[in-house]
Ligand binder design. Structure first.
Ligand SMILES: *Cc1c(COP(=O)(O)O)cnc(C)c1O
Length: 447
């Protein structure tokens, strides 16, 4: 068993509640937030954190909570992981910014070299670095358009690609991500996703349905890229039926369409492989990454076939902060953690525990329509028993009960009826089991 307890400022690795959640100090701060922070910026669980590491968060009231969210799949290597802290400290003492587009530095190139090694496929690859997942997706589309000389972009039902103008157009769910924010970027078309619980189709059948939209409503000759999350994140941890992604990849290759895997949430060991595409041996032309890449510092990347990446004219890609030296140092530290502690293997162990425990939960509570996911990216979808009618109210109640008991879980899904589990891979089996005990109690208490 490879339990990694790196990082964290010496936090005791156990759940411990000394006040209600949120406690009085968090509630005081929530009033300050209300006064100074725009209401549009919400919080899932309003406890103010003062320390985090291993598998826990400690709040300003002294409560220690079990983290099953990793700040939305970001702190995969843990909070303040040792190698991340060490490398960022070293970088801090040297310099904080030059702008890579003005005067370059090694850490940026080191990250790009490492990305070529760990992303799917052994072809010649290059990368460009950015600040956020949305920005990476925008740039992948820019690259695909220049490389193909075509305009159209195909995305899928339930997709989440970000909150900038182009990525809002690519994101499926209107509330809260798009409502009132239009007009949106054009030439974005939506195809049906493979969603086995809801469509009952095989991967091949679902791919044929998507291809029909691409051929009849868009036209391969107009299509620059197909952008897909190999395991959907915000859309509900939807895992397409086996064969769906390989069939799409085949169609894209036959028609000169760039296949972009948006691995912003699923990448970097999360799914029990370096990338979710690896599970079916799918090799995308471009991969977008962010979230788990740098242990919590803002960094994102587009990595892809060298000839596609190089299609863009010099100066066409970049940004003031893209590939900031501190963020690059953090990414190199995160990669060191992933390799040193075999976090691919750890994600599989965590996944085995999650599937076993959540499977037992499903057997006991008919409201659980499905347990799905890969590695340490697993969710339960809640429906009215015996149907596929979403039960968002029960989902919200279960999440609230977990929060009150000191376990951070997140919800997701187009219908708001999915509870997702994304523990930091630095957690212990004991914390994981205790977190899942609390989740089971939350199901029982809300029945
Ligand atoms: C979170 C996410 C994004 C957007 O990333 P930001 O850093 O929030 O801009 C894009 N794609 C996927 C799959 C994501 O999960």
């Amino acid at each position: 068993m490879t339990q990694t307890l790196t990082g964290g400022p010496g936090l005791t690795q156990e759940r411990n509640l000394v006040t209600e959640v949120p406690g009085p100090r968090s509630r005081e701060r929530l009033a300050r937030k209300k006064a100074h922070v725009a209401d549009g910026v919400g919080t899932a669980l309003p406890v103010f954190v003062e320390a985090a590491g291993g598998g826990v968060l400690r709040d300003v009231d002294g409560n220690t909570l079990i983290d099953l969210g990793s700040g939305i799949a970001v702190t995969t290597v843990g909070n303040s992981a040792e190698a991340v802290v060490r490398r960022v400290r070293e970088q801090l003492d040297s310099f904080t910014h030059t702008c890579f587009m003005v005067t370059p530095y090694d850490a940026y190139v080191d990250v790009c070299e490492a990305l070529a090694e760990v992303t799917p496929g052994d072809h010649a690859k290059k990368s460009a670095l950015f600040n956020s997942g949305s920005e990476a997706v925008e740039n992948a589309v820019k690259i695909a358009r220049v490389a193909t000389g075509r305009d159209a972009v195909v995305v899928f039902d339930h997709a989440y690609h970000g909150r900038t103008n182009l990525t809002m157009a690519m994101t499926a769910k209107v509330m809260p991500y798009k409502h009132g924010f239009g007009p949106f970027a054009g030439e974005v078309y939506r195809a049906p996703m493979s969603y086995p619980l809801r469509d009952g189709l095989s991967g091949e059948q679902a791919a044929a349905r998507a291809v029909e939209v691409m051929e009849k409503q868009v036209g391969a000759d107009n299509l620059a890229c197909v952008v897909i999350e190999p395991v959907q994140g915000e859309g509900g941890f939807v895992v397409p039926a086996p064969g769906f992604l390989p069939a799409l990849a085949r169609w894209c290759r036959e028609h000169g369409v760039v296949l972009v895997a948006d691995e912003v949430q699923s990448g970097f060991c999360r799914t029990g492989d370096w990338f979710a595409c690896d599970h079916e041996g799918v090799v995308p032309d471009l991969v977008t990454t962010a979230k788990g890449i740098a242990g919590g510092l803002p960094l994102a990347a587009v990595t892809g076939r060298a000839e596609l990446m190089d299609a863009v004219h010099t100066g066409g890609l970049g940004g003031t902060y893209g590939g900031n030296p501190l963020a690059c140092a953090a990414a190199l530290g995160a990669l060191e953690e992933m390799r040193t502690h075999d976090l691919v293997g750890r994600a599989r162990e965590v996944g085995a525990i999650l599937h076993e425990r959540l499977g037992a939960l499903a057997a006991e509570h008919p409201v659980v329509a499905e347990v799905r996911g890969r590695g340490a990216m697993v969710a339960v979808e809640l429906c009215v028993p015996g149907t596929t009618e979403p039960d968002a109210a029960r989902t919200a109640a279960v999440a609230a009960a977990c929060h009150a008991a000191g376990v951070v879980v997140l919800t997701c899904g187009t219908y708001g009826n999915v509870i997702r589990v994304l523990p930091p891979l630095s957690t212990t089996d004991a914390l994981l089991h205790e977190g899942l005990d609390v989740l089971a109690e939350a199901f029982a208490a809300t029945a």
